[in-house]
Design a protein around this ligand. Sequence first.
Ligand code: NDP
Length: 452
Amino acid sequence: MRGSTVEHQLENFMNGVKRRNPGEPEFHQAVEEVAATVIPYTIDRPIYTEYQILERMAEPDRVVSFRVCWEDDENKIRTQRGYRVQNNNAIGPYKGGIRFHPSVTQSVLKFLAFEQTFKNSLTGLPMGGGKGGADFNPKGKSDHEVMRFCQSFITELYRHIGEDTDVPAGDIGVGAREIGYMFGQYKRITNHFVGVLTGKGMEFGGSKIRTEATGYGTVYTMENMLAIRGETMEGKTCLVSGSGNVAHYAVQKVNHLGGKVVTLSDSSGFIHDPEGIDASKLDYIHDLKQVRRGRISEYAKEYSSATFHEGKRPWGVPCDIALPCATQNEIDLDDAKTLIANGCTGVSEGANMPTVKEGVDHYIDAKIMFAPSKMANAGGVAVSGLEMSQNSARISWSEEDLEKLLKDTMTGIHESCVEYGRESDTYVNYLRGANVAGFVKVADAMLAYGVV
Ligand code: NDP
């Protein structure tokens, strides 16, 4: 009886979401994943239904979309579309990254801003959820082209953000270089030196550990899940996808903890190095991807122990642990089945929503350790929150203090997810735990405000 009521409510709710947001599959996917775990919780707490809390959380406070014109090195005028999705600021200023990638659409940014609302709540810090970006491809562009694009983007966005309103950060295609250009332009337009962006350079208000935080946090999460089973990362073979910021520091932390990473990838394919990607190979990757802005295939030319697999993803390589750190929907149901059939017992998602819904269901049915992205990659935004605090107080904390705060935050998130996700047979459904724990704090703040 209760099961059919839940199913009926979920169907009604999702019909409404799909009707109001046509042609936005990534947004539907993210909302459904949350609704499927939150609706069974709210059914016993009718106040949340009465006040339409989930419906309101799935309707962004506002979506700003704007034209971004810039001039390339051949003096041709180019036109891109920029966005900022301000999803929910019930518990603090909107906070979430900016993505520059040709695949950016309103649907992708709405899914990311929705997810960010729950993730930021889980950190325990006062941050609401937002996300932004543009369908601009930084790949193959000169530094000057990237600079002109960033300046044009901020010339429009600056009026919608502010240190107490909305504080963007980096994401795919937006790293230290882009944040520097955007902060420089913001400061020039407003004449305000304030913490309006995070992920800044150390010379102008950045926080130590911010660059490392997302990747490190993803591995700390895996370590916390393993600890419940009396295991550690020592000796574990890990697959990592991507080769950007999150992937890089996930590999570094796995190495620190005695594990071995055997894959990395980019949008052209993956490399498999059975000997492991050690610190010196990781330095090579940093130079290849961040300085020379090259392709991962070059790794296999540099190291004879490695092979490159064009157009493929790493999930067919046998492993103990998988850490997807590239992009959304990079693990489909077949990949999820293959991972588990080959012995994988844990997945910690560094990327946002890297596994399709059916794949997530398969992990949970198989009762493997699964940390969804809002739980596993919250370390980045947590340290961004600490960057905001340091900027407000005009101080700078030490690396040791920040790394301890990051570790403690990831442990706190893990504990909240266990509290709401423990099942009768002691299996922890971290998906439900993360969704419900993230929901409760935002929902209670919304109840306190009344209907606004
Ligand atoms: P980067 O731009 O530094 O790296 C992204 C990596 O993913 C690159 O290797 C890129 O390859 C690959 N990639 C991007 N799109 C695709 C695609 N469509 N197919 C295959 N590979 C792809 O980004 P980040 O490392 O910062 O972000 C990675 C993920 O982590 C994203 O999902 C992001 O939302 C999430 N995340 C990031 C945070 C952060 O602090 N940076 C915080 C929380 C989440 P290529 O070079 O070929 O494009």
